[in-house]
Design a protein around this ligand. Structure first.
Ligand SMILES: [Zn+2]
Length: 214
């Protein structure tokens, strides 16, 4: 199935970029009445499209295979955000480093508008909860609210959502890029200058004109 192939290709791309160390991270796509998600504990190199696991919207697997241990996170996002068609969760290194300081990313670069909506720009860091738990799913959904498309997870990693798989993957990569810029500024002891609301609104409008993929 082409969407399973696309999901697996996205996993391999992110894994090759170093975003999924130790088989971490997981991806899913919304389905009618549920979602399809990467399986638990399989290295991405050995995974085939048949290993992806179909789940009902409450996370119950619809066939063989064990879904990712973070299936609760994916299920909660699809319940809370009707606009989410794909969910990307990574442990990309620089964003995860920032998440270990429980810090979000301020709007220091206009590309952060890809992750937000008018009046709410900046990538938050969700409250800490143990991986794989409903508490983590709730913390993530609370941090995303009704409009944000990306958040850090404290001491853990990154979640990005999108109206398409491509846009969710692109946003996951952009979060890593933005986190790197922010960490570089902090390491150089430079004071980041956030963009103001007007600058951000203008940048968002400009990006829309470029046909942003979300
Ligand atoms: Zn994780």
């Amino acid at each position: 199935m082409p969407d399973r192939d696309a999901l697996l290709a996205a996993c391999r791309l992110l894994d090759a970029a170093g975003f999924m160390p130790q088989k971490s991270g997981n991806l899913s796509l919304r389905r009618p009445g549920g979602f399809v998600i990467t399986p638990s504990g399989l290295p991405y190199g050995a995974m085939t499209p048949a290993d992806l696991v179909e789940c009902a919207s409450d996370g119950t697997p619809r066939g063989a295979g064990r879904p990712s241990s973070e299936w609760r996170l994916h299920a909660a996002i699809y319940r809370a955000r009707p606009d989410a068609q794909a969910v990307v969760h990574t442990h990309s290194p620089r964003a995860t480093a920032l998440a270990c300081a429980r810090r979000g990313i301020p709007p220091i670069h206009y590309m952060i508008t890809l992750a937000g909506a008018e009046g709410r720009y900046g990538i938050p860091c969700a409250a800490h909860a143990t991986f794989g738990t409903e508490a983590l799913a709730e913390a993530c959904v609370a941090a995303l609210g009704t409009e944000l498309r990306a958040t850090l997870l404290a001491n853990h990693g990154v979640v990005a959502i999108g109206a398409t798989l491509d846009s969710a993957v692109a946003l996951g990569r952009e979060v890593e890029n933005l986190a790197g810029q922010y960490l570089d500024l902090l390491a150089a002891r430079l004071e980041p200058v956030p963009l103001d609301a007007g600058d951000l609104a203008e940048a968002a409008a400009q990006l829309k004109g470029y046909g942003r993929p979300v």
